[in-house]
Design a protein around this ligand. Sequence first.
Ligand code: ADP
Ligand code: MG
Length: 695
Amino acid sequence: MAVENCLDELPITTLKGVGSKVAEKLGRLGIVSVGDILFHLPFRYEDRSEVVSIGALKPGDSCLFEGQVELAEVVFRGRRSMLVRLSDGTGFITLRFFHFSNSQKQAMKRGQWMRCFGDIKAYNKAGGAEVVHPEYSFISEQQRGQIDEGLLAVYPVTEGLNQTSFRKLIKQVFVMLQQGAHVCECLPQHALKKGQYLPLLDSLQELHYPQSMPPSDVSHIPAFQRLIFEELLANHLSLSLIKKGVKKQAAPSFNTEGTVLLQFLKTLEFDLTGAQQRVVEEITSDLRKASPMQRLLQGDVGSGKTVVAACAALTAIEAGYQVALMAPTELLAEQHYKNFQEWLSGLDIHVTCLLGRHKGKVYTAITGDIQLGKTNMIIGTQSLFQEKVSFAKLGLIIIDEQHRFGVQQRLALRGKGVNNDTCPHQLVMTATPIPRTLAMLGYADLDLSTIDELPPGRTPVTTTVLPVSKREKIIQRISQGVADGRQVYWVCTLIEESEVLQCQAAEVAAELLTECLPELNIGLVHGRMKAEEKQAVMDQFKQKSLNILVATTVIEVGVDVPNASLMIIENAERLGLAQLHQLRGRVGRGQRDSHCVLMYKSPLSNNANERLSVMRETTDGFKIAEKDMQLRGAGELLGKRQAGFMRFKVADIVRDAELLGSVSDCADRLLLEHEELVEPLVHRWVANSVEYVQV
Ligand code: ADP
Ligand code: MG
């Protein structure tokens, strides 16, 4: 077929009636090419295939009906409106207009026939129906019942572009298709042949011009399923392309003896678990290759990812390269800094931490050492890559708690640290396990390693759910716990992102606890404190000079104080499962049995009730993730600020979860056998990501 006939490549202005103004409006809907307009799907349908007699109209229906004007009057009850009484011999109905002109009123003379379409509402006790602002036309008595419309698609449109003009554009495109134009069929023959999916044109025809009234939820009809599959496939492929692109780049290969690593493991106060050993091997084998590692290390809270990160870092450092570790919060960066200093100081390795508070001379000294290669390991937050820090010889980037960053940010980091055409290896770690199917899609550019075992001696945390009215009992329990040698977290949460309110709530809670438990040492950390202040309080808690740490969700990630074994979470009903699981992961890190109390305010919504029950029933992060996906939707799970990627037009990862397995298979096969389809497919559905595809 001639290329010039390919609608995917034809600018929208080729259509009759589309000048630059209309093109701009269509652009707002994401429609740029003629092909795009076909993928702008109706969100509902109207049945105009038959005229319903007025006596048979039911409230809730959207129907076509015809009738003769009996009376048109302007009334002032409440709001000025024109009421038109229409009858067809089987019953009567009232049309109500709030906006009307005199000429409109005059045209609705007694005896005039009208054809109307609108949503039927019941409006009075007698059951008389009415329609507000129906579409209408005047007909002669002879024209009654002579309709030429059938099912009509209703599209999401934008200001200045109405249904009628949009429908005309669609019509034009279908005429072009009949005359030999085409859109790219991006599904491979094998998927179509098995009869699994409808050919593209059949699908589009069915969705724009259905033969019979589609169900109100179209997601399960074959025509729609085909498009869902296509969109998921396109998203998967866009990440696969990135992966392929990165693999083609050069990376330093760390062919080390592993002596430093061995030395480190000898000094470590515990042995790695089997799972940790396995993932360390997976990682070091990647690091030996001359193409960049892109690996996701997944492991539940407390499974011991940090020490695995240290092993990876040592491999790079032994080979003479620098390592950058990026944490989502300064608190966590600082904690990592302490750990790595302690672990690596005996090995003659220079570790540094670059934080927001480092200014002036200190900043210059730190970044100077990094640039000169005096520093081997650099720990910080995102600012590590935002500021103009230049690395002498960056070989490995480690991103901790990557779910905090989101797909887009992760990809944006790809270009960083590229030096002399070699690209650093990347290890991303996430504590929030996500369901396997979702991981296959959202992390299709990464290889996956999983720590599926907790360090020995851990007992699962027992969780209780209590209403806020039991506060006194809870405080008593804290008192007993502390007498027992426990340390306690009291977590204040608010759903609003308002940091100020959250900190205030924490201050109030700390005061209340001090009043109730005057003999105990109570500390407070919140987001509005300076980093040094926060760190000082954390240190006191870690050194056991505080019994209770009142905190906001700043302690959600990474904080590791094994002796803390009781946690109270206020307003637990307001938090999502992933966040609750993360928070609860702060306890259960030591040898002692640990407890978590989820405090809630009644009444609980069904969804909140379910979340709290899940928390009570399981501590398994993978199970919680599955449930979280069902309750909350998938977009959230893949990262907080999703843009571009994983924002779907037709697919819904939760609803369409069962397709994800075959999407991944089909993507692999497409890359091998039909590479020519990949680009058009990605372009059609994920145009935004093109810049990343060309890594
Ligand atoms: P996470 O995977 O949540 O980042 P951490 O790396 O913070 O977990 O580890 C949690 C705690 O478990 C830390 O105190 C760490 O020292 C300890 N730990 C890690 N691996 C082991 C192990 N193999 N045996 C005993 N303790 C371990
Ligand atoms: Mg961690």
